[in-house]
Design a protein around this ligand. Structure first.
Ligand code: PLP
Length: 349
């Protein structure tokens, strides 16, 4: 089995740059971005700001750096940051908010990963001198580990209005915000309008090889640029990367509904396999979660068996696996994946 023939459903980060991206990268006009002189980076930042209807944007090397810059800009050391218990910013970023910003994450569980103000309110610090104050609320849209679940515009607005009433900013981890917008049939500008800052990834379903964006007010982005430099994220002729990012941003959102249809199809096919616990109705975007406790295999073993048949999947916990559809997964590969599961689980019975 060669690497290229694997059906890789571990993540949408595995997407390879398209031929158009590679050509644009080779031809990119570049300059020193630390001097603000890379025309391609500047164009990417201007387009991102325009698409989100905001004053400014900043190209950053990774989503993690974008999230952590935002925490640093919005907070002061000793504050608390409310995050969803299964959130990326809390679980998969190396405790960076504690290390870089000196803040305490206050993790609050939400069903399907989607907060309401009622869920957040009890975890806000009372204004008493001996309690660390809540400095920031973070939302994740789509919610990765909850299975690509989606906040609607009105759910986001309801939270932001309450938070802003208390003087608390809201950062949106929108790694997959274009998937959320596609699922809702809305645009990212409207969907994110009430949030104080937004991070989104170019390097996932949008297919760019590297890079994420921060979007917000001019004042926020100016501060974010300083923190990016502090963290070592000031890049030089980064237009090579931004050129692919521009294509990701302009062309790729329109095709995300294909990935969503493929994810739904995968869930429907897997639901037909008796020992798998999948709910196609819960698949809103490009993430499919399946319980495997009735298969007799744990996730690690299931992963090995699938890999032996050319299919790569991710693990949530010992009895749950996770699969993402993306640019490099076709409908026929979804059908093939379902057949592989069927073969594997039929052999067992
Ligand atoms: C992927 C992801 C990020 C950022 O990941 P990087 O690998 O650092 O680019 C942030 N939040 C969520 C929800 C993600 O899925």
């Amino acid at each position: 089995m060669t690497h290229n023939s694997w059906i890789d459903l571990r993540s949408d980060t595995v997407t390879k740059p398209t031929a158009e991206m590679r050509a644009a990268m080779a031809a990119a006009e570049v300059g020193d971005d630390v001097y603000l002189e890379d025309p391609t980076v500047n164009r990417l930042q201007e387009r991102a700001a325009e698409i989100f209807g905001r004053e400014a944007a900043l190209f950053v090397p990774s989503g993690t750096m974008g999230n952590q810059i935002s925490v640093r800009v919005h907070t002061t050391p000793g504050q608390e940051v409310i995050t969803e218990a299964r959130g990326h910013i809390f679980n998969y970023e190396m405790a960076a908010m504690a290390v870089i910003s000196g803040v305490l994450p206050r993790a609050v569980a939400a069903p399907e990963g989607i907060f309401t103000w009622e869920l957040i309110r009890p975890s806000l610090s009372p204004k008493i001198y001996y309690r660390a104050q809540t400095g920031l609320i973070t939302l994740e849209n789509t919610h990765n580990m909850a299975g690509g679940t989606v906040y609607t515009e009105s759910q986001i607005r309801a939270i932001c209005e309450q938070a802003h009433g208390l003087g608390i900013p809201v950062h949106l981890d929108g790694a997959r915000i274009f998937n959320a917008a596609a699922a809702l049939g809305t645009d990212v500008a409207r969907l994110c309008a009430p949030c104080d800052s937004i991070m989104f990834c170019l390097s996932k379903g949008l297919g760019a090889p590297v890079g994420s964006m921060l979007v917000g007010s001019r004042e926020f982005i100016d501060k974010a640029r300083c923190v990016r430099k502090m963290l070592g994220g000031g890049m030089r002729q980064a237009g090579i990367l931004a050129a692919a990012g521009l294509i990701a941003l302009e062309r790729m959102p329109a095709r995300l509904s294909e990935d969503h249809a493929n994810a739904r199809l995968l869930a429907e096919r897997l639901k037909g396999i008796e020992k798998l616990d999948v709910n196609p109705a819960s698949v809103r975007t490009n993430i499919v979660i399946s319980g495997i406790s009735r298969t007799g295999f744990d996730s690690a073993r299931m992963g090995e068996l699938l890999k032996g048949k050319g299919v790569l999947v991710g693990t949530v916990d010992a009895t749950t696996i996770r699969m993402l559809t993306h640019l490099d997964i076709s409908r026929s590969q979804v059908e093939e994946t379902a057949q592989v599961f069927a073969q594997l689980l039929e052999q067992r019975s």
